[in-house]
Design a protein around this ligand. Sequence first.
Ligand code: C5P
Length: 287
Amino acid sequence: MSAMGSVTLPAPPKVNLRLLVGPVRPDGYHPLTTLMVALDGPADAVTVTRADERQVECPGIDGPTNLAWAALDALEAEAGEALPPLAVHIAKALPAQAGIGGGSSDAATTLLAADQLLGLGLGAERLERAAADVGSDVPFFIRGGAQWATGRGEVLRPAEAPAFECVIVAPGTGLSTPAVYAAFDDLPAPPPDDHAPVPGTAAGLATWCRNDLWPAARTLDPALARLHADITAAGAAPALLCGSGSAICAIAADAAAADALADRLARALPGMHLLRAGFAGRAREGL
Ligand code: C5P
């Protein structure tokens, strides 16, 4: 949507259906092999407007500490010229520190919206380069859809993934990504990549999904093991830690099963933040 000098775009969450993590690199990052998908459903809304001076408004994370601020710096560096000041307003629907990429998605969407508002026409490749300066999983949100991500998460290759429906269950307590990776370093190495092919149906995800950060997240927040057991007992197949946590993605075969699962989870886990989402295999529109 573009009107009166402003652009508003949705910033969707992601889930890593497979997240394989290697030993820490000399630069402090961990090599990843991960299948990421952008979810349809609740999303943040990012509005970028021309302003007298730069501003980032986001409940709880205003100003220069917000990744959207770094996104505007990275956009300017990639454009190679001073850009007019912009105000970014982020309406949050996605919980923070949940592992569903909310802050990264907001930053990527800021790049897309600012590029559109200013008519820069940088294109996906240059926007992804700017995004990689902001954070490892920010380039993914420029592309959306389903992508294999390697490197520290910034090297993307289009993937196929089955359509599925899910409920994201976010506990009130988030997890810090660096803390989870540090805990990973103190635990035994996960098994090697079995290179199992991506299943063609949602039912196949039950045995294919894997997240190597799960033992580390559970160590940092032991309550997650009980939450995972409760979500599995409610019928999720599988119940999968989202990214570095703390949310858990409860996957169901189809929309009716996911709606019923959401009802059971709402009764079994009062007070949890539940997001009903899904993946239809569509690529993100807009570029
Ligand atoms: O790239 P980003 O700023 O999102 O990373 C945040 C932190 O997460 C890094 O400083 C690092 O501690 C950890 N990380 C990692 N390996 C990755 C991605 C992130 O260790 N592939």
